[in-house]
Write a protein that binds this ligand. Structure first.
Ligand code: SDX
Length: 364
């Protein structure tokens, strides 16, 4: 039996997260993300994923200080970022830069300290590259006391961010920190299973995240909404796409066969944040139209909204440039990836599935 795309195959046990695809639930280390997003910060939830329990105040202070003391880019990395082609996309910049990290002395055995350092560096890589392209510089001392999410927005704008933007981005990043054995996490664990190092495993994950079927969807959502806004009929545009075999970005999921709970949480934040907003109203209308068209034209596939649909709306609401949508997803998912790399190294079995040969028989 061939399981294309390993559909429906369970190949690991994990204590990190659980996805209930039928009932639309996502659990991080025993906590429902719907609860976590109300009460915890990005840093508290990152601690939970890495260490297995929520931090006390001293542990949280220590993690915050570790983020702050590890966010400075090494000089060679700054020089590398300067030297990369101007037209290189940000995901390729992140993949190239992360792959240059680590060194010969990096023991293959991944550590939580490596995970924290690489997570702390993500906003610096993305922000520094953006400042180089815009020929801007700003005083990073002004960001010294900012927490991880505030620092990320500071690195993108050069200014201390408005609270409402921090809250919206923190919600998005907390909801996308971790999501079981998605394609990029699977890539990370396969690389880690050969006893390769944390940096190589992360490089595999970043390359996998880049694809539009995985992390690259929010930009597709924006173009879908813009196309529909410009047309007279959402039903007509959506039906034509689906009948032509096109994928509606932001819909469908390998595991969720009902609405993605992260989309529901993001929609709630957007309604609180924006209230009456024409673009959001359009998005909400289109969501319901798309679901009804999809399930009429594709009966039995259970195609519903996934996280990316309202992720696009959150990014637009905080003025995040579309080219940074997937990089922002990457800046949060690095926590889930590193948690899985650590778990793989604790109880490792090499991934090596079989393949069925359909080539020619041996020539005499
Ligand atoms: C993420 O895995 C994760 O956990 C990922 C993620 C995470 O946090 O890591 O949740 C993040 O990747 C969310 C998904 C973002 N991608 C998109 O929104 C792109 C659009 N979605 C689809 O490409 C698709 O739904 C996938 C890739 C997400 C899942 O596809 P599957 O499970 O492999 O299903 P499939 O491709 O076998 O499709 C089954 C049927 C097909 O029709 P038939 O050939 O049976 O007639 O459903 C159709 C598909 O054509 N279908 C869609 C569709 N998704 C599936 N048709 C139109 N629009 C869609 N979005």
């Amino acid at each position: 039996m061939i399981y294309h795309g390993l559909k429906g195959i369970t190949c690991i046990e994990t204590a990190i997260s659980h996805i209930d695809g039928q009932n639309g639930k996502l659990i991080y280390r025993g906590y429902d993300v719907k609860e976590l997003v109300q009460k915890q910060t990005f840093e508290e939830t990152a601690y939970l994923l890495w260490y297995g329990s929520l931090p006390n105040s001293q542990q949280l202070h220590q993690l915050s200080e570790q983020f702050k003391s590890n966010r400075k880019l090494p000089t060679y990395v700054k020089k590398m970022i300067h030297s990369l082609p101007v037209n290189m996309d940000m995901m390729s910049v992140i993949r190239t830069t992360i792959s240059s990290m680590g060194n010969n002395n990096m023991t293959w055995k991944p550590t939580i300290d490596q995970a924290i350092t690489l997570t702390a560096l993500m906003p610096s890589i993305i922000g520094y590259r953006k400042s180089v392209l815009e020929n801007k510089s700003f005083d990073e001392n002004a960001a010294k006391e900012l927490n991880h999410v505030e620092y990320y927005l500071f690195m993108l704008t050069g200014a201390v961010p408005p609270k409402v933007h921090v809250e919206a981005l923190e919600t998005y990043m907390l909801l996308t920190l971790e999501h079981g054995l998605n394609a990029s996490t699977f890539s990370a664990r396969v690389t880690a299973s050969t006893e390769s190092d944390m940096v190589s495993s992360l490089t595999s994950a970043i390359g996998t995240m880049k694809g539009p079927l995985h992390g690259g969807a929010p930009m597709g959502v924006i173009s879908l909404l813009d196309e529909i806004a410009a047309s007279q009929s959402a039903i007509k545009v959506i039906s034509e796409k689906v009948m032509n075999g096109e994928r509606l970005m932001g819909f469908g999921h390998r595991v969720y066969k009902t609405k993605d709970p992260r989309a529901i949480s993001l929609k709630k934040v957007l309604l609180q944040m924006l209230g009456e907003d024409q673009w959001l109203d359009l998005a909400i209308d289109i969501e319901e139209t798309a679901i009804s068209v999809l399930n009429k034209l594709k009966p039995g596939r259970s195609l519903y909204t996934n996280v990316e649909f309202y992720a696009a709306a959150i990014m637009k609401a905080i003025d995040m440039p579309p080219a940074l949508f997937t990089p922002t997803f990457t800046a949060s998912r690095v926590v889930g990836w590193t948690a899985h790399i650590l778990e793989q190294s604790e109880n490792n079995v090499l991934f090596r599935p079989q393949s069925r040969y359909t080539g020619e028989t041996i020539k005499q």
